[in-house]
Write a protein that binds this ligand. Structure first.
Ligand SMILES: NC(=O)c1ccc[n+]([C@@H]2O[C@H](COP(=O)([O-])OP(=O)(O)OC[C@H]3O[C@@H](n4cnc5c(N)ncnc54)[C@H](OP(=O)(O)O)[C@@H]3O)[C@@H](O)[C@H]2O)c1
Length: 191
């Protein structure tokens, strides 16, 4: 079965964003988890989808312009993700959204549809976020691996990755790597 792998950039107190609605400590939203060679589909929540569509559409359409959130022109790694993501099927978990501008994007309406997606033949699936979707898919036992990039920061007020988690779940530490700037890349298997 294809694995569902969540990748998130978090503070030490597991915040995904500050009170203003963005993680201003993250300087690029590139896929920095080493996932590209092993995935051929992306899944994301309806809460984050409009921002995701706006951010990556801006990079695709105007690659020289500063981007919303970071305020900088896209990095080479962000340009690489924009190219990869534009040809990779995206599935948005939502019961309210009905239209999407990002290429090759469809909606999934239930946990059963996500289970069926995992059972289709193919490479692994990258769960891009956001907080509630990731927490609920971990609770449902559908997430196989959690890849975190941890920033050396206690963010305080803001949206926490596991704020809505209901069940205790054991993790198996598989990899630890120290990155530039005091960041840590952690890979956990979810049991
Ligand atoms: N730091 C990072 O690496 C990172 C990565 C990704 C996202 N983010 C942040 O995460 C934020 C979005 O997170 P979020 O928690 O507000 O929203 P979200 O997880 O993106 O989406 C939640 C939505 O998913 C849909 N959904 C359907 N069934 C669900 C279920 N069983 N459980 C949970 N969701 C279900 C619902 O949409 P409907 O109401 O349409 O049915 C729900 O409102 C963004 O603002 C972004 O900044 C950060």
């Amino acid at each position: 079965m294809r694995k569902l792998i969540a990748g998130m950039k978090v503070s030490v107190d597991a915040k995904l964003e500050g009170p203003q609605g963005t993680a201003d400590w993250v300087d690029a939203w590139s896929e920095d988890y080493g996932l590209m060679p092993q995935i051929d589909a992306c899944l994301l929540g309806g809460g984050m989808y409009p921002g995701y569509e706006g951010y990556w559409s801006s990079i695709r359409n105007e690659p020289d312009k500063p981007v919303w959130i970071t305020g900088n022109p896209p990095t080479p790694a962000e340009l690489e993700w924009a190219r990869f993501a534009a040809k990779t099927p995206h599935y948005v978990f939502s019961n309210t959204l009905t239209s999407a501008q990002w290429p090759n994007t469809r909606f999934v309406r239930s946990l059963e549809e996500i289970t069926a997606l995992k059972q289709q033949p193919g490479k692994d699936i990258y769960l891009i976020g956001g907080a509630r979707t990731t927490a609920s898919l971990i609770d449902a036992g559908l997430v196989d691996e959690l890849r975190l990039i941890v920033y050396p920061l206690i963010a305080g007020e803001g949206k926490a990755l596991f704020a809505t988690t209901e069940h205790r779940r054991e993790l198996e530490l598989r990899e630890v790597e120290q990155l530039q700037g005091g960041l840590l890349r952690l890979i956990y298997g979810v049991r």
